[in-house]
Design a protein around this ligand. Sequence first.
Ligand SMILES: Cc1cc2nc3c(=O)[nH]c(=O)nc-3n(C[C@H](O)[C@H](O)[C@H](O)COP(=O)(O)O)c2cc1C
Length: 209
Amino acid sequence: MREPWVVGVSGASGTPYAAAVVRGLLDAGASVDLIVSRAARLTVLDETGRPFRDAHWSEDLAAWLGRDLDGADVRHWPAGDLAAGPSSGSYPARGMVVVPASTAACAGIAIGLSKDLLQRAAEVNLKERRRVVVVPRETPVTRSHLEHLITLHDAGAVVMPASPGFYGAGAAASAAQLVDFVAGKVLDALGVPHTLFHRWTGTLNADRP
Ligand SMILES: Cc1cc2nc3c(=O)[nH]c(=O)nc-3n(C[C@H](O)[C@H](O)[C@H](O)COP(=O)(O)O)c2cc1C
């Protein structure tokens, strides 16, 4: 039985994080069900210079990921499709990642708003007690956002702010390495193997030969 990871992309800055997570899942041979919110179409356009269109999702996703999708088990659901597979707990899914997660998406998921398929699918995966990872991207934050993150934590989600570490790659870390660090932490939380970053070895950079 196909059992995908649902990847929800909401309209926060950080579409490279989403691309790195999807690439990592596909590289590990996992199945992916993709949901891109209406607002995320603006961030994708702004950050990649390319549109994301429901009618051309495969072509647009390939451009966004920077690779062809031949052999990749990836399926796309329009964010407005509230009858889509991931809207139901009986639809087989391993769990979900919301990356990046806007303050609005965090709020909607925390209070069970289900204003679109992304929010509904996140609520479904939480209620089914599946792995849910939420990657918020906003700074500074309001008290209400912090409260929504606590609600998500208490509901069982792993709250993983887009907060890359500089160890491993060191001060010369490229933007791509910092993106991969966050994506790798997401994959760790899902239990999906990857080689996106160098793991801490217990030796400081300065002490390495
Ligand atoms: C270019 C752009 C960048 C944005 N960046 C952020 C951001 O980093 N964090 C955030 O919480 N919202 C950000 N927003 C605002 C969200 O897109 C907005 O709150 C939207 O309602 C989120 O809807 P969604 O959660 O359904 O995707 C940004 C909007 C635009 C147009």
